[in-house]
Each structure stands twice: as C-alpha cells, then as structure tokens.
Design a binder for this molecule. Sequence first.
Ligand SMILES: Cc1cc2nc3c(=O)[nH]c(=O)nc-3n(C[C@H](O)[C@H](O)[C@H](O)COP(=O)(O)O)c2cc1C
Length: 152
Amino acid sequence: MEIAVIYATMSGNTEAIADCIVEGLHRKNYSADIMEIPDIYTMEQVKNYDLVYLGLYTWGEGDFPEECLDMVDGLQGERWDGKHFALFGSGDRSYEHFCGALDRLKEILINRGAIVVAEPLRIEMAPDKEEEEEIFEYVKETLKGAKISNKV
Ligand SMILES: Cc1cc2nc3c(=O)[nH]c(=O)nc-3n(C[C@H](O)[C@H](O)[C@H](O)COP(=O)(O)O)c2cc1C
C-alpha cells in the first residue's frame, strides 16, 4: 500500500505535524514518502498513492498558501474517485478562519470524487506533547478510514 505525506510549511509547524504523521505510520508498520510543496510538480505523482496525507498551513483570511495554488489548481483539474485523502495543517486560533484552508481543500477534493477519510486535523501552531498523541490517534483513525488491511 503506497502512502504519501505531502505538506507546505513556512515556519516549520506543518512540517512538525507531517513528521509526527510519518512517525505514527511507522509505529503502525507503514512507510510513507514525504514531500514538501512545491516539490510536487505533477498530479501523476499524487495519483500513484493509495492514501495521501495532505497538509497546509492557512494564509491570508482562511486562504491557501501562495506556493500551494498550482497544486490546488491541479487537484481541481482531475477526478479523484475512490482516492483516499487525509488532511492536516497548522493554524492560529486568533484568526477568524482557524485552519480555513483545510475546509476549502476538503470541499474541492470531495467535489472531485475523493474520499476524505476523517475530519481534517487542525493543530494550533506547532504540536505539543499532547497534540503529538492526538496526531498518532489521527493516523490510526485515518488508516482505518482508508480500510488499509495490508501492511506495506
Ligand atoms: C499573514 C498571515 C495570515 C494568516 N492567516 C491565518 C488564518 O486565516 N487562519 C489560521 O488558522 N491561521 C492563519 N495564520 C497562521 C499560520 O497558519 C500559522 O502561523 C501556522 O502555524 C503556520 O504554519 P507553518 O509553520 O507550517 O508555516 C496566518 C499567518 C500569517 C502570518
């Protein structure tokens, strides 16, 4: 089973969540390819995976980060029927739309036929110890959601 963890980060918080997701996957004996946006150039790279963890921080007023716009366009331009996605990101509760980019991303993916396997995981800034546990639980929930029964 092929799993990718793809993320965008400006100050490292979303990257810390991505690293924790990879660790959570290892604990369940799954491996994953981890990639930072904008190093993903084609949707073909995304299509190769059975489960894609996609992480973004939120910018502006609930907006996508600038470096994600090409990828969002790419996602919008394809059908993702039956493909499993799990969304995560960092934000700041002092903004009106906490992790708002994740709501927008979820809507786009669902409209294009994707299965978003759990509610997006929203972390305030960088994960603390308690939130790391939350991330490990999220990994378990999303693996179940994706109905992955075979180990990599
Ligand atoms: C100009 C600006 C706009 C932001 N807008 C939002 C927002 O609308 N919603 C939110 O939850 N966080 C917002 N944030 C907070 C970032 O998403 C937050 O700092 C996040 O942890 C950054 O993640 P990163 O370390 O992965 O880059 C904003 C930050 C800046 C500097």
